[in-house]
Design a protein around this ligand. Structure first.
Ligand code: CAA
Length: 260
């Protein structure tokens, strides 16, 4: 377990837990917090023992957004570089070669909603609240929100949320497909860990390529996406894990994957 000043990182039996820990400011994304998030993502990228990541927040917020006390003094160029910096980190999270679950414990607003959308799966505690309230501040979501929210829920729902700045609760987020599961608040981390442990019993190369195929394919034509899927599928057929997984099925036993 490594401690940063604005987040807590813990590795537990193959899962890296990242907890945003600036509760007095509802985990707003200061430069310091973003820098530490970048460092911890770099660490996770290069640490093979970490097979999956769970991101959550301390206190009543997941993340209440970009740091307004910082942005208030930003001119256009400073705003641009702040957004680019956050986007670069969120892109790395999205493209991590391991599954990432957001365990949304409370407010996921603005940059917090955007952070959760860079994760593969969002599990919401009953107290979670999502929103993109940037227009209240005279700006648009620019940590990826205009792009990822519309890809996740469609342009009409995305425009409704982004133009009205309305907050939605966990059930509504689930209804529109922003949250993938809603669980009791007290068992949020437990449920996130349970889902991650289930994923970790599957063929790890298959899960990795599944993620690549979905992420890359989303930005392609169907024809190109299907070609990518064929290539990655063929790569799976070349693995020992494929032989093990299929033999195990036919022998009616559990597979023992070796990530080869
Ligand atoms: N930035 C900086 N500080 C923040 C913050 C933020 N995004 N959100 C909350 N805080 C601070 C508050 O200023 C307050 O600080 P003080 O105690 O020093 O006054 C502290 O956190 C606690 O917040 P509140 O007293 O406001 O708590 P509340 O329970 O009354 O309200 C809330 C909670 C509804 C989430 C409210 O804090 C809120 O509306 N926050 C702002 C949400 C927001 O607009 N987020 C989007 C930011 S823009 C963005 O993210 C841009 C992007 O894409 C680039």
């Amino acid at each position: 377990s490594t401690n940063y000043e604005n987040l807590i990182f813990e590795e537990k039996d193959g899962i890296g837990f990242i907890k945003m820990n600036r509760p007095k400011a509802l985990n707003a994304l200061s430069k310091e917090l973003l820098t530490e998030l970048q460092q911890v993502v770099e660490y996770v990228e290069k640490t093979p023992s970490i097979k999956g990541v769970i991101i959550t927040g301390e206190g009543k917020a997941f993340v209440a957004g970009a740091d307004i006390s910082l942005m208030v003094n930003y001119n256009s160029e400073e705003g641009r570089s702040y957004c680019k910096f956050a986007q670069s980190i969120f892109n790395r999270i999205e493209n991590l070669e391991k599954p990432v679950i957001a365990a949304v414990n409370g407010y996921a607003l603005g940059g917090g909603c955007e952070l959760s959308m860079s994760c593969d799966i969002r599990i919401a505690g009953e107290k979670a609240m999502f929103g993109q309230p940037e227009v209240n501040l005279g700006i648009i979501p620019c940590f990826g929100g205009t792009q990822r929210l519309s890809r996740l829920v469609g342009t009409g729902v995305a425009k409704t949320l982004i133009f009205t700045a309305d907050f939605i609760d966990a059930q509504e987020a689930y209804r529109i497909g922003l949250a993938n599961k809603v669980v009791p608040q007290d068992s949020l981390l437990e449920e996130a860990e349970k889902m991650m442990r289930k994923i970790m019993t599957k063929g790890p190369i298959a899960v990795k390529y599944g993620k690549v195929a979905i992420n890359k394919g989303y930005n392609m034509s169907l024809t190109d996406g299907l070609e990518l899927e064929t290539d990655l599928g063929a790569l799976c057929f070349a693995t020992e894990d494929k032989n093990e997984g299929m033999k195990a099925f036919l022998e009616k036993r559990e597979a023992k994957f070796s990530e080869k």
